[in-house]
Ligand binder design. Structure first.
Ligand code: P53
Length: 467
């Protein structure tokens, strides 16, 4: 008999995804400590500035800390089955190296998860989403320092115990492979000018891999039936031309992203990494049991973000970034005003690529269109966003029919939030508009866009009615 799926499984996790630091605001309320983004007013690809007086929109976010009930009610109205957010580490351990947690911070997430569960929405939680306590970076050097494993594990143990009856789906580190382009955000490290950049990046990554293995082990012990995912940025990458040099180098760049999946999901360092390390004088400090732990406790599933595709041209820099910016624009694709080229077929391609490589369930935990939205007669008719999501969901369905095992789809930014890349609010993803602008002005009022009811219907029909 042909065991062929024809469409999305019945228990498919439709929903939306945000991160604490881009939404909650209340950056110093109820005992929260400073996290790195609180010092990164210009977004996570810019430098961290300890004494900056620039307006930092993350400080107030979209006020989710106080508006979460209203927002979750709207997610429930859309019929969300799942909702992904992160826990702000510095709410739980304000400096990161305390012995005991901040009760007020723990209470906040109890309230958020209870509110979700009240509507039957499954919480999906990112443990570390670009928001490491600043103190851990300043005092200890972030993930370059092995001590981070202990701080992270204390944090994990605290939240696993606290939320064990509420949260089944976890992810250890958001887009850990973005450590090449955003080492501060993804790896909580500051790289000095004289430093061997790749040494710092791979050492920090190694420490994260060990932490991930230990966290996966602990998660399974404390929460039976729970799943711990890896989470990577895996938008598609194509060669700039069919010149063999472009093709092979693109493969090499892609492998630098997949490297993280290779370690986290297959549980071993891939053979190709040793040449890279040799050629860049990288020497990783490991403890004896590290490789065994990584082998023994791989991630259960792969969550990833997919927004676009980019091209890579041979001879341009391939280390220190995961590709893309060095190619020329793909002439077959349209771009958003932020220059992100829209490529729904690329999502099917990546789903197949990843499932072929890992044979583990995939979870699209971020996909969405960030752009300007304008009111016309009191409404936002965001047909462009609807078209974007229709195209991507169609390709996802094809991927399911191709045989890819998909757990769910959480649209990125179902409500407008502060951008991670640029720290602005003008780049809107939401099905819900939030009245706050790049100057930080606005009432925070929430308004449904046209896409709101459209997405509701998509979920209602389990992805069948996309019109
Ligand atoms: P924004 C690019 C730059 C920074 C973070 O990005 C990114 C990416 C895309 O891979 O990653 C994710 O807000 C991230 C989210 C972020 C989203 O992409 O720059 O996990 O936190 O908001 C979208 O448009």
């Amino acid at each position: 008999m042909n065991q062929r799926n024809k469409s999305f499984p019945k228990d498919f996790l439709w929903g939306g995804a945000i991160a604490a630091n881009q939404t909650e605001g209340a950056y110093l309320e109820d005992g929260k400590g400073l996290s790195i983004v609180d010092l990164m007013p210009n977004g996570l690809l810019a430098d961290l500035k300890e004494d900056s007086t620039d307006l930092n929109l993350y400080h107030e976010g979209i006020g989710f800390y106080h508006h979460y009930k209203e927002d979750i009610a709207m997610f429930a109205e859309m019929g969300f089955k799942a909702f992904r957010t992160s826990i702000a580490w510095s709410r739980i351990f304000p400096k990161g190296d305390e012995q005991s947690p901040n009760e007020k911070g723990l209470e906040f997430y109890d309230n958020v998860f209870d509110e979700l569960l009240k509507y039957g929405i499954e919480p999906v939680v990112t443990i570390s989403h670009f928001e490491t306590p600043w103190h851990l970076v300043k005092e200890y050097g972030g993930w370059k320092n092995r001590k981070m494993i202990d701080f992270y594990m204390r944090y994990c143990e605290t939240i696993f115990n606290r939320y064990k009856d509420k949260v089944k789906y976890w992810m250890g580190f958001n887009e850990i492979n973005n450590i090449y382009t955003g080492p501060t955000a993804a790896g909580a490290i500051l790289i000095e000018e004289h430093e061997n950049r790749l040494q710092a990046i791979y050492q920090a990554s190694h420490n994260c891999f060990v932490a991930s293995a230990l966290a996966t082990k602990l998660c399974h012990e404390i929460i039976p039936g729970s799943q711990m995912g890896a989470m990577l940025a895996l938008s598609a990458l194509y060669p700039n031309t069919c010149h063999p040099n472009d093709v092979f180098e693109t493969y090499e760049v892609r492998r630098r992203a997949l490297f993280f999946g290779d370690v986290l999901l297959r549980g071993t360092y891939p053979s190709y990494i040793y040449r890279i390390w040799d050629e860049h004088d990288v020497h990783i400090k490991m403890e004896e049991k590290d490789l065994e732990l990584i082998k023994q406790y791989p991630s259960d599933y792969l969550g990833f973000s997919y927004y676009r595709s980019t091209t890579h041209k041979a001879g341009t820099r391939i280390l220190g970034h995961t590709g893309g910016i060095a190619g020329t624009p793909n002439p077959y694709l349209e771009a958003t005003p932020w220059g992100w080229q829209i490529d729904s077929k690329g999502l099917r391609y990546v789903c197949n690529e990843l499932y072929d490589r890992y044979q583990k369930p995939l979870f699209i935990v971020e996909n969405g269109m960030g752009t300007n939205d304008e009111f016309e007669n009191g409404e936002i008719n965001d047909d462009y966003r609807i078209d974007y999501v229709i195209a991507h969901i169609k390709e996802l369905k094809e991927a399911v029919v191709d045989g890819v095992e998909l757990m769910g789809y959480t649209y990125w930014g179902p409500i407008d939030i502060v951008s991670a890349g640029t720290g602005e609010l003008k780049k809107r993803y939401g099905f819900i508009y939030v009245d706050r602008d790049n100057e930080g002005k606005g009432t925070l009022k929430r308004t449904r866009k046209k896409s709101f009811n459209w997405y509701k219907k998509v979920i209602e029909t389990n992805g069948e009615d996309l019109a």
